[in-house]
Design a protein around this ligand. Sequence first.
Ligand SMILES: [Zn+2]
Ligand SMILES: [Zn+2]
Length: 244
Amino acid sequence: MPINLVIQKPDNLNLILLTLLMLKTTKITAKNHLIIFLISYLYCDYWMFLLHIFLDQKKTQKSNLNVISDLSKIFEEHHQDPKTILTENHVTYIKILMLISLFPQLINNYFFQNHKLYRNVFLLLNYFNLYVSFLGILAAMNHYFCHAITHKNKLVKLNFQFKLFSFFQKMKLLPTNEHHRIHHTPPHQKNWNLLNGLNIFYTKMYFLSNKNYNLLSLLFYTTNPMLISWIFNISYLTLNLKKS
Ligand SMILES: [Zn+2]
Ligand SMILES: [Zn+2]
């Protein structure tokens, strides 16, 4: 059956938040840019690996939290029928995650941009949020195009995005369709990563921990971008309220 590619793009509300955040962001040095980008990249690589491995677990499908069990079932369905991804805008899967992470950052930006701490710490956190969002969008788009490249001969027309991501994959800048295809081979115990990074190290840790589900669960709930952003922002707010 011929397949039409779907344009991959972030949700409109996410785009508005990202634009507002960019408008409030001022210049930092090139060195700081590089440091924050590297931290953001390492974090995003880690977080997307963790998100994937945790939601791939059968136990997660039985979670008491409906949103988590539903997400986990979507991951299982993706293993059963990977081609379905080609009929959707895959980037919208991270829209709630981005919305909840960006919102407190934006509020604090508008209220406290003249504070001294803003220039020292908060501005760097702004860039962290922007880079993590950008890399998350990139990873979700690349996942879509991994499957699109695998089913290239069934596609009606190759669009600009397809050509761009094929190029990124050819240059090995992003995980390739062949790399992701290994993940889709049962029992789905390899290549959980969605960016190029410390995949081998994380996989080793997972097997060394004896596939410890409690550890995965703990890391998933305590190191996710939503919680990190809220903790930083509430601490920041409290600090400023105390001062004034
Ligand atoms: Zn998977
Ligand atoms: Zn996939």
